[in-house]
Write a protein that binds this ligand. Sequence first.
Ligand code: AMP
Length: 341
Amino acid sequence: MRSVATLGSHCALQLLKGAKDEGLRTVLVCERGRLGLYGRYPFIDVTVPVDSFAEVAGQECRRVLAENKSVLVPHGTLVAQLGESEISSIEAPVFGNRRMLRWESDRVLKEKLMREAGLRVPDPVASPADISGPVIAKRQGAAGGRGYFVSSTPQEYEEKRAALVSDGTISDGEELYLQRYVPGVLAYLQYFYSPLHGRLEFFGADQRHESDIEGLARIPAAQQPGSGWTPSFNVIGNSPIVLRESLLDGAYRMGESFVEASGRLVGPGMNGPFCIEGVYGADASFTSFEFSARIVAGTSVYMGGSPYYGLLFGEEMSMGRRIAREIREADESGRLGEVAF
Ligand code: AMP
């Protein structure tokens, strides 16, 4: 029987529960310190203890994944902890398009794909000397918002950067990516593209709760300038957001354009789960600052089934279960190579 494998982190619980619900076996590659957590759940058939997640590309994992006919489902931890060459050396079929993960991790490629998709993206700021007005400084890769900061002048940028270097949050010489800060309502739009059905599905949307930027809003404005505080954007958790129904059509069109653009630039294109992340501004237009080319942790707010998937499928369907269903259907029809490679 086919199994679904993933790393013990991020959204592993909904992935493996979803696989179980679809009648597949489940394999967890798990760092030793996390075994206790995952041992509490009854739907994990095989656990492979490792000292570091990078071992997923190593010999022992290779053997277990082959033995269990596993399809590996990548998530944010895999992207954050494995380099491009390690990801491409994984022998097991990887769900989605693993080549897209490189485009997710590289800021320049990321922006290129978003522009190709016709998404409105915030203007990049080439150098700190060009800062005039609020700019967000970001680290490369899937840093989860830790060490990001906002500044409005070159001097403020240098001061905040120096403070983060001296407290060890970012390293000296680390290159940061600067982008115009866009005010509005944040929304992380979650999608699934099925090559089996030739269909883009809108799964739902979430918001991220980021520390400690959220705390800033609770301090009276007059006290903020003297606080000497450089808030970060470290994701702590997520909550659901329901978009106005009049925004849904636009959300579908953004998802479809993204799939088409990825087909032109990163053949065979995006398949499986992905997320377009951004801000609805005062005129309700969407500016996107990011995408994730794999499942995002925010889909776990709908672990018991997304409302939109309830409408589409008439049953409770999490993103984990949707992925497992695609794997099962692809496997049964001899098309696994189209959804995992
Ligand atoms: P990212 O790693 O690009 O997803 O950014 C982490 C967090 O920083 C996001 O969840 C937002 O809260 C914030 N953020 C990133 N880019 C922007 C932007 N251009 N304007 C406003 N907020 C942003």
